[in-house]
Design a protein. Structure first.
Length: 274
């Protein structure tokens, strides 16, 4: 009898928690309060980028070795895993109800607007919203096209407009979008004079670094791999550590493997040979 009560109670409790999270999300979003369950002394919905210097990530000596304890990467993120899982379920629900294209547009539209804005301004003085970064973090876990759109927007020779960025994320199987993405990557890789737009790259790297801080371990692999790719493109010595951490988090992460292979073979974008 006791087991029967547990079986009946569990779905009911899950539903209550789900509804509570839904109400908390709307309240937190509208009021601009710290995110649910977060330590307000450590986390703020909006934060400011530092100016100048190299890509504003943790210093090399502060990064953990993949074969060591790497506590900073196995530790929980700043946000509760249940809350991030709830956001993941919201995106999955949108994809199911609206279809992949419309659901993705609804989920990441505002977040990509912020991403594009910070890239355009170099990320030196504009705030990024943690709640929108979470949308990108959980989005790329379900939809690799979101990750690829972030990469292309960061390394293309010329800035891409916001609508094109959204199409890359929501409609990657569209032939014209696939061709355009491939062309932009090839041109940027093969052109010796295509020096990265450092302000754009800095802003992108900083937002990805912040995503890693926010989310639980199970959400970090694609984000770390994306960051490793951008660091490789920028010829940054920290590329290897991020790529290997991504691969340790998910041994099937293709992008991390590609970056490591490129490093092992000495492959770099043509601008690095200048």
């Amino acid at each position: 009898m006791e087991d029967d009560n547990k079986d009946g109670t569990q779905p009911q409790m899950s539903r209550l928690v789900f509804n509570a999270l839904a109400r908390y999300w709307e309240w937190a979003y509208e009021k601009g309060e710290p995110l649910p369950g977060a330590d307000a002394s450590r986390l703020f919905p909006r934060y400011w980028y530092s100016q100048g210097g190299r890509l504003p990530l943790r210093r090399w000596e502060e990064l953990p070795e993949p074969e060591g304890t790497w506590r900073a990467w196995k530790s929980p993120g700043l946000l509760p895993e249940a809350w991030v899982d709830f956001q993941n379920a919201r995106y999955r629900g949108l994809r199911h109800e609206e279809g992949v294209v419309i659901g993705t547009r609804l989920w990441v539209g505002e977040a990509l607007q912020m991403w594009h804005r910070n890239q355009r301004e170099g990320g030196s003085h504009l705030p990024a919203d943690d709640q929108l970064l979470i949308r990108l973090a959980v989005g790329m876990r379900q939809n690799i096209a979101i990750r690829d759109a972030l990469i292309v927007s960061s390394v293309s020779i010329d800035p891409i407009d916001q609508e094109t960025l959204l199409r890359f994320a929501a409609e990657p199987s569209c032939p014209s979008n696939a061709v355009t993405m491939g062309r932009l990557l090839t041109e940027a890789f093969d052109e010796p004079k295509a020096v990265p737009r450092i302000g754009c790259l800095r802003a992108s790297a900083k937002m990805l670094d912040r995503m890693i801080e926010l989310v639980p371990v199970s959400y970090r692999s694609n984000i770390a791999a994306c960051l490793a790719y951008l660091l490789w493109w920028g010829d940054d010595e920290r590329t290897d550590i991020f790529a290997r951490i991504a691969l340790r988090l998910d041994p099937t992460c293709t992008l991390a493997g590609i970056v490591i292979d490129a490093l092992d073979n000495g492959t770099k974008p043509q601008w690095c040979s200048l």
